[in-house]
Design a protein around this ligand. Structure first.
Ligand SMILES: C[S@@+](CC[C@H](N)C(=O)[O-])C[C@H]1O[C@@H](n2cnc3c(N)ncnc32)[C@H](O)[C@@H]1O
Length: 296
């Protein structure tokens, strides 16, 4: 008799795409009939969790502190968006999806931004914590970074350095989309307004990376770097330029690391990591990647 389970186990598993397709069909059927099996979180790129995300309390007595602090930051952002005090031009490009729906899908991404900003500060020795983001757009990730520092860290002396063209730029993803232009709708004044509350801590470096890596008004010692360029060559330029200045215990966070459209960037980062023994890279289910710099 044909044993379907055995067949699945022995043969289909050798064809991952087919294996996951069958698993997905099974899961969809189960979720349709069994409410309790439906996910508690659905994020971008199909990330779906049946576990409770960290910002939802599992008990009325004990709360996940970081999860609650993150939730507070997320709620405040939504209020700012509603009042028109935080504009997300990137989301305004999506005509058929609501702003809050987009924010919902990005919550786990933002939770990791929030957590990484805290762990980087706690694991490094500097007195002044320098945070760098290369690829800033409207400042969404930097909103959560600033919130983490000011809300969850006690008396943290810090500065942020933000790099972007905030205007038309060529993106290089040779094996997927090739060379294309993007982001001409961005506006540095919108980003400045969005992050206005943190202006005394913020340095803007507008222009093309790596041209803006020019030594002017740049930090010598860095605690945390977020790289979110969606383009392979400037991602590696950024790693090469800042790696020696990243403190031991510091963090590099990559957005979109595992997204199929940016596979060239992933391959370049993976190769770069093999050349740097004190860089430990982990791929996260959100499609972000994180490098922790070990102490020598
Ligand atoms: C995905 S967006 C960044 C999103 C942002 N981190 C956030 O949290 O919403 C990518 C950004 O990288 C910038 N960018 C891409 N290539 C660049 C380059 N060579 N120099 C400077 N900026 C670049 C684009 O202008 C765009 O704002």
């Amino acid at each position: 008799m044909f044993k379907f389970k055995k067949f699945l186990k022995n043969y289909i598993i050798k064809i991952p795409r087919l294996y996951y397709l069958i698993q997905n069909i099974k899961m969809t059927v189960r979720e349709f009939f069994d409410i309790s099996s439906r996910p508690n979180f659905i994020g971008w790129y199909g990330m779906s969790l049946r576990t409770l995300p960290p910002w939802i309390n599992t008990s009325s007595k004990s709360k996940n502190k970081l999860g609650q602090e993150f939730l507070h930051a997320d709620r405040e952002l939504r209020e700012l968006v509603l009042k028109g005090e935080f504009r997300i031009l990137q989301f305004e490009q999506y005509k058929n999806i609501g702003l809050f729906e987009l924010l919902d899908g990005l919550m786990y991404r933002h939770y990791i931004v929030f957590w990484s900003a805290i762990i980087a500060a706690n694991n490094t020795n500097s007195k002044l914590k320098n945070y760098v983001e290369v690829g800033v757009a409207d400042g969404l990730c930097m909103y959560f970074t600033n919130k983490a520092i000011t809300q969850a860290l006690v008396d943290c002396d810090y500065k942020t350095y933000l790099y972007d063209t905030w205007g038309d730029v060529e993106l290089f993803n040779q094996s997927t989309t090739g060379k294309e232009s993007g982001y001409n709708y961005l506006d540095i004044d919108v980003t400045k307004k969005n992050l206005n509350k943190y202006k005394e801590y913020t340095v803007y470096k507008q222009g093309l990376v790596p041209d803006t890596f020019n030594g002017e008004n740049e930090p010598n010692e860095i605690t945390w770097i977020s790289i979110d360029l969606n383009s392979a060559p400037p991602t590696i330029d950024t790693l090469n330029y800042f790696w020696d200045r990243l403190e031991d215990g510091g963090v590099i966070l990559f957005d979109d690391y595992a997204q199929p459209a940016y596979v060239d960037t992933k391959n370049a980062i993976d190769f770069w990591t093999t050349q740097h023994s004190n860089a430990t890279l982990m791929q996260l289910p959100t499609s972000q990647g994180i490098i922790l710099k070990s102490h020598n």
